[in-house]
Design a protein around this ligand. Structure first.
Ligand SMILES: *[C@@H]1O[C@H](CO)[C@@H](O)[C@H](O)[C@H]1NC(C)=O
Ligand SMILES: *[C@@H]1O[C@H](CO)[C@@H](O)[C@H](O)[C@H]1NC(C)=O
Ligand SMILES: *[C@@H]1O[C@H](CO)[C@@H](O)[C@H](O)[C@H]1NC(C)=O
Ligand SMILES: *[C@@H]1O[C@H](CO)[C@@H](O)[C@H](O)[C@H]1NC(C)=O
Length: 427
């Protein structure tokens, strides 16, 4: 019995030995070669970002094969490995994380098949270690780069390099929440394959280049939270594929161009917090895909009555607060069956409120405060129960609610009770 166990142990040991030998041999066969220059460019580029302690050749001798680096991926091309993705920043537990005194080494541009390059929370100290995007060499990636992203890098300062205009294969350019400044280069408009252009949350100044009107593959266009000025370019109407247009929180002025009606597939239009004037354009009427229309805090002016609101039957969010509206609230707004948020506060709206507004089936927030609405607020108790505190009607000095129609717990905040007439007629 004892000898049997010994023999079976021996057989087992031989089996394990063979398995290990086979595995290791297999790995060696499987490991496709990588050009020395490509491998060294990768090590050096990464080391520049993560610090000199990082010894790539010791830690990751086969970076595209059996010792992969988190955030790096490769593709085989003619039997050789090439780096196609380089993601730097704390996305996963073992991601490549940037050092404090990092540097952008020129070896990044030697990765000649790089398709995706992204930096997240990498350049983080604008005071002690600000870094600019290298101004040259981007043309070297022009034949391959499809996605370039700098996200949440407050220490990334300076301008967008003109040489970004050479990245003609780019489908996505995201420069979100960095410390970038200056004008947006006109030649970004040459990147005609762009589907996503996000330059939000920087300190860009100047006008939106007219050349952007040629980006007719664009789906997402977000220049919000900068200090852009000047008019909305008329060429905006050329971006017929657009799904989302966000130019909010800038200093844009002038009129809403009627060309905007060409954007038939647009689901989001956010222009809040600008200086846009000239009235509500009838062009909105044709934009029946719109789900979110946010124009608040602009001196737009005009009259809600001038639009056929029921055409915008996909609207979920309609925020027209503080845009200088006059006139009455049209009943056609109560036909917006998907509407959840209606903001009309801080305008000069007048007239009586149609009780139909309370029949909007999905509405969960309705703000009418700070207008000059008059008469009785004849919404029923169950409307107030549904909307709760998200109903605003205060600061309408000539508006009142009829005592008896609503229970004491649902009295609309800041609205006074109607005076009872001795005759029993409506006040
Ligand atoms: C990195 O590691 C390799 C292999 O272990 C070694 O030869 C080389 O000297 C190291 N380089 C540095 C800078 O420590
Ligand atoms: C708008 O969307 C529809 C449906 O998704 C699509 O077929 C059409 O091509 C789009 N129009 C443009 C101009 O992209
Ligand atoms: C409403 O109109 C009055 C008088 O025309 C004007 O003084 C006031 O600024 C306007 N309010 C708003 C919020 O537009
Ligand atoms: C509000 O409307 C009333 C008439 O309905 C008008 O007399 C009053 O001046 C208006 N108030 C403001 C601030 O526009």
């Amino acid at each position: 019995m004892k000898s049997f166990i010994t023999i079976s142990n021996a057989i087992f040991a031989v089996f394990i030995f063979c398995l290990v030998a086979w595995c290791c041999g297999h790995e060696n066969i499987d490991a496709a070669p990588m050009e020395k220059t490509e491998k060294e460019a990768l090590y050096s580029a990464v080391q520049g970002f993560v610090g000199n302690w990082w010894n790539g050749s010791a830690l990751y001798p086969d970076p595209c094969g059996w010792t992969p680096i988190q955030g790096v991926s490769c593709d085989l091309l003619d039997g050789l490995w090439y780096v196609t993705t380089l993601n730097i920043g704390p996305i996963h537990d073992n991601s490549l994380v940037c050092a404090k005194n990092l540097e952008f080494r020129p070896q990044v541009f030697e990765l000649k098949h790089l398709k995706t390059l992204s930096f997240f929370k990498c350049f983080v100290s604008p005071k002690r270690h600000p870094i600019a995007i290298p101004s040259n060499s981007w043309d070297k990636l022009g034949g391959s780069l499809e996605s370039l992203e700098f996200r949440s890098n407050p220490g990334l300062i300076g301008k967008i390099p003109i040489s970004f205009g050479a990245l003609v294969k780019l489908k996505s350019l995201v420069l979100l929440e960095n410390g970038l400044t200056g004008n947006i280069p006109t030649n970004i408009g040459n990147l005609i394959n762009l589907k996503r252009l996000v330059l939000a949350g920087n300190r860009f100044v100047g006008w939106i280049p007219d050349s952007f009107g040629g980006l007719n593959e664009l789906l997402i266009y977000d220049l919000s939270r900068n200090t852009l000025s000047g008019p909305l370019p008329l060429t905006l109407g050329g971006l017929t594929s657009l799904l989302k247009l966000d130019l909010s929180n800038n200093q844009l002025e002038g009129m809403l161009p009627s060309e905007i009606s060409n954007l038939k597939n647009l689901t989001l239009l956010d222009l809040r917090n600008n200086k846009i004037s000239g009235g509500l354009t009838k062009s909105f009427q044709g934009m029946s895909s719109l789900e979110e229309l946010v124009l608040s805090n602009n001196p737009i002016g005009g009259d809600l009555m001038s639009l056929e609101w029921h055409n915008l039957h996909n609207l979920v969010i309609l925020d027209l607060s503080n845009i200088g509206l006059t006139g009455e609230i049209p009943e056609s707004i109560s036909k917006l069956e998907r509407l959840r948020f209606l903001g009309l506060s801080d305008n000069n709206l007048t007239g009586k409120l149609s009780p139909k507004l309370a029949t909007l089936p999905c509405v969960s927030a309705l703000y009418l405060n700070a207008n000059n609405l008059t008469g009785e607020l004849t919404f029923a108790d169950d409307f107030y129960r549904k909307v709760g505190r998200r109903f605003g009607a205060w600061n309408n000095p000539n508006l009142c609610y009829p005592v008896g129609l609503v229970s004491a717990s649902h009295v609309p905040y800041g609205v006074k009770p109607c005076q009872q007439q001795p005759t029993g007629h409506i006040a």
